[in-house]
Design a protein around this ligand. Structure first.
Ligand code: FAD
Length: 306
């Protein structure tokens, strides 16, 4: 295991510690704000307008995961319905990302399905698209099944995410492409066992390139979500050689990371979409960002001592 892999594992483990969690929630809000567009929908919509003005598209996410009751899930469903309306009323260029566990997937699969379906239906009424984020491996199959079931019921405005670190992903990409599902391709953000996932970053990158190529080769609309120049530069060259128009696929990056580079990609004629979270349940999202890169932790620590 090299230093980066060790760092990622330590942060993901330490962040689960109850004392670290308490400390972070008490003192960390301001530090996390760099990665989060605000507490409220209105603040997020204002921020979308600012990014759209720079040519950056958005996917809007209301923070929340690992909920404990179906009432909580219903509350999030209502917030998402408001979010879909809010995007339509403001006329901003943003689609929607949501986490299946936030809608109750870990508690009751059918309720989660109904909750998600009502959001997807509302989005369809407004000509918008919903992305089911991919969470950790206990939910991989359930998320895929839900996406396919929605497609079969005529909701083709829903897609999901494929994680390059999982061994199963290449086969899943084949199946989902076959069903015409729009996919976001990522490396994967959770701690997964060596029995099901690549542990070395070179292996993840190799598999990532493999699934991106597979996706492009089938003529599917490809969304590559990464901050890694090894991937971004490779995709640019691949697309150019395959004569794929810069508007025929999209890059995606997270809010608060490489914002100048996001604007530069837009200026260069590429489609670039920024994943923008808002809301008050920021802790798990924030710790995954810290785990991804020591520089993210350094940036936060520097701000802390300013
Ligand atoms: C839009 C979006 C949506 C996502 N959705 C999901 C999801 O649904 N499920 C999921 O599991 N994961 C998701 N992820 C997270 C993803 O799986 C990775 O954990 C995350 O993107 C980190 O991998 P990376 O390829 O960006 O680069 P990393 O592996 O973090 O970094 C690799 C290299 O990229 C460069 N780099 C990285 N960050 C920066 C920076 N800020 N500035 C300059 N250079 C940098 C550095 O050279 C670094 O060494 C999403 C990511 C994005 C961008």
């Amino acid at each position: 295991m090299d230093g980066t892999e060790l760092y990622r594992k330590v942060i993901l483990t330490v962040s689960g510690n109850i004392f670290v969690k308490w400390l972070s929630i008490k003192y960390g809000k301001k530090l996390a704000s760099r990665f989060i567009a605000g507490d409220t929908l209105d603040e997020a919509l204002d921020e979308i307008e600012r990014l759209n003005a720079k040519g950056i598209l958005v996917t809007l996410d209301h923070l929340g995961e690992g909920i404990r009751s179906l009432d909580e899930a219903a509350g999030y469903r209502e917030e998402y319905l408001r979010l879909v309306e809010g995007i339509a009323n403001r006329g901003v260029q943003s689609n929607i990302s949501l986490k299946p566990t936030q809608m109750g997937m870990a508690l009751d699969a059918d309720t989660a399905y109904q909750n998600i379906k009502s959001v997807v239906r509302k989005a369809q009424e407004h000509g918008n698209f919903v992305r089911l984020d991919m969470e950790d491996s206990p939910y991989t199959q359930a998320t895929i099944d839900m996406t396919l079931r929605l497609h079969k019921e005529g909701f083709t405005n829903v897609g999901t995410v494929m994680q390059a670190y999982l061994f199963r992903t290449e086969a899943d990409v084949q199946d989902l492409m076959g069903a015409g599902v729009n996919l976001r391709l990522v490396k994967g953000a959770y701690k997964e066992a060596g029995t099901i996932a690549y542990q070395k970053k070179e292996d993840v990158i190799d598999n990532y390139k493999r699934i991106i190529k597979l996706h492009f080769d089938q003529g599917a609309y490809t969304a590559v979500a990464s901050h890694d120049d090894r991937i971004i530069d490779w995709v640019k060259v691949f697309a150019e050689q395959a004569r794929i128009d810069k508007q025929g696929f999209e890059f995606q990056m997270l809010y608060g990371l490489r914002m100048n580079d996001q604007a530069a990609l837009a200026k260069d004629g590429y489609r670039i979409r920024c994943y923008m979270p808002y809301g008050t349940m920021w802790y798990p999202y924030f710790t995954r960002r810290l785990a991804e890169k020591p520089a993210n932790l350094m940036m936060v620590l520097k701000n802390m001592f300013k």
